[in-house]
Design a protein around this ligand. Structure first.
Ligand code: ATP
Length: 482
């Protein structure tokens, strides 16, 4: 089973300290969220799993961490200043601001012109109040602006943007990485970091926010080898999500139709997750988790000083470098094509939480939430619990065991309830294993290890415990290929 809707996860996340509404004591800030003690661990685990899979387990990958604020010219030549916008519509009646392309249309409009026509003909309703009195769509640039240095606010030379994607930081460092790593095609550059988009209609919890984190990789190939590489990355990425424990039934591939493609893309396939299972219409249950684009040679070419137009003028008047690649073996120079798998950390966290959600009834007939998170994502590996908190010897032994496990896994000690309640709490936050110290432990130097998913228990010698827990966690990871 998976969560019946996002709301179930919102309340679990707040109740147990995964995610809190941001700035809540000042009334909140629309669609901003803070990650609490468990949420930060889950995010870190997602990022580590991605980095391990993408960078460490391959021979053709380098990582970087570029600035969030880049020279404004990066965004001029990437096309973001001109085209990174959503069509905005206002409702005259209730004043709600809406994304024109997300409205409900009779039939499927193919172009922005058709959308505008339907709105003009009053065939489209405001989803908030039902009025058909909507403004014409107009482009709204999603990049957040700020200024660098102690300059006047309206000084255009001080204008900069917070990056709306991490990808451009990779393209402008292509030559740096190529020359320092002495790479040959094909190879990739990976990056994880924050991105910012002034979304017109953020919402659905952490699904769409204005500040979010991306895991992006640009894979550079010879032109002509791009379609095969694209195909392989689509498969790789789909398998990564299933290896993380996300059910293939809740994942699907979506081929972006030509009218949806970004200006740089030759083909884009999204991996969608069933984020909205409660919606009646199957088609509306899905939304993007990751995009895998064939960006052609657009980015390396546009940031290069060399390309010229038909009249012989440089297309990029500002770049000081040529980001082309010289193939020694074939004595050929060209701009590599780029395959880009781009995923959101936050959407991956949301999909992992939704997919892991399950309910189980115990022998007393009580329904318990069990978060069956993949062990590599679980915020806590093992909880060490004393059966009696008023028995100093038991408490002392449990605390000593927790300390001894610290170097090898993320363990916590908890004595704030009876054992049934403690187990239930750990199940609800996805802790794969619980270790219980009881009266018998004082005599036989053994503890009970309880499994989150089966609730089965087994007795393990304290001297074997670290190895036992590590083996169990590793086995679970290997079973799914992570
Ligand atoms: P959407 O169509 O949902 O706006 P997009 O196609 O613009 O997404 P990309 O530019 O392909 O998104 O970004 C890659 C990934 O970054 C997305 O698949 C998603 O996981 C994540 N992402 C993009 N925008 C947001 C956002 N506002 N909040 C959270 N995650 C986001």
């Amino acid at each position: 089973m998976a969560a019946p809707n996002i709301e179930t996860i919102v309340s679990l996340a707040k109740r147990r300290g995964f995610v809190f509404p941001s700035s809540e004591i000042y009334g909140g800030l629309g669609s901003a969220w803070d990650y609490g003690p468990l949420g930060v661990e889950l995010c870190n685990n997602v990022k580590q799993a991605w980095w391990r899979w993408m960078v460490y387990e391959r021979d053709d990958m380098e990582g970087i961490d570029s600035s969030i604020i880049l020279n404004r010219l990066v965004w001029k030549y990437s096309g973001h200043e001109d085209t990174f916008s959503d069509p905005l519509v206002d409702c005259h009646e209730c004043k709600t601001r809406l994304r024109a392309d997300k409205l409900e249309f009779p039939g499927e409009p193919e172009t922005s012109g058709e959308i505008a026509k339907m709105i003009r003909e009053k065939r489209i309703k405001c989803p908030n109040c039902g009025s058909t009195d909507l403004t014409e769509p107009r482009p709204f640039n999603l990049m957040f602006e700020t200024h660098v240095g102690a300059t006047a606010e309206d000084d255009p030379s001080a204008l900069v943007y917070l990056r709306p994607e991490t990808a451009q930081g990779i393209f402008i460092n292509f030559l740096n990485v190529l020359t320092t790593s002495r790479r040959k095609l094909p190879f990739g550059i990976a990056q994880i970091g924050k991105s910012f988009r002034n979304e017109v209609t953020p919402g659905n919890f952490i699904f769409r926010t204005r500040e979010f984190e991306q895991m992006e990789m640009e894979y550079f190939v010879r032109p002509g080898e791009d379609e095969q590489a694209h195909h392989e990355w689509i498969d790789n990425c789909f398998n990564w999500f299933t290896a993380l424990g996300i059910s293939a039934d809740n994942l699907r591939l979506y081929e972006q139709p030509p009218e949806e493609l970004a200006h740089y893309a030759k083909r884009t396939v999204d991996i969608q997750y069933r984020f909205f299972p409660e919606r009646e219409e199957e088609e509306r249950q899905w939304d993007e988790l990751m995009g895998i684009a064939n960006r052609t040679d657009f980015d390396l070419r546009t940031h290069s000083r060399k390309p010229e137009d038909a009249a012989g003028s440089r297309l990029n008047q500002d770049s000081t470098e040529d980001l082309s690649y010289f193939d020694e073996a074939r004595k050929e120079r060209f701009y590599p094509y780029v395959i880009e798998p781009a995923a959101g950390v936050n959407r991956t966290v949301l999909a992992a939480l939704m997919d892991a959600y399950s309910e189980k009834t115990n022998e007393k007939g009580e329904t318990r939430v069990v978060l069956k998170l993949h062990p590599s994502l679980a915020p806590i590996n093992a909880a060490i619990l004393p059966l009696a908190k008023n028995k100093p010897e038991i408490v002392g032994m449990a605390k000593a065991i927790k300390r001894s496990l610290q170097p090898v896994l993320r363990g916590v000690y908890d004595d704030t309830g009876g054992i049934g309640k403690l187990y239930a709490r750990q199940d609800e936050i996805g802790t794969p294993l619980c270790v219980t110290v009881d009266h018998q432990s004082l005599e036989d130097e053994a503890v009970t290890v309880r499994d989150r998913d089966t609730w089965e228990q087994e007795r393990v010698k304290v001297s074997d415990l670290a190895e036992h827990l590590q083996r169990r966690l590793k086995e679970a990871n290997l079973k799914s290929g992570v």
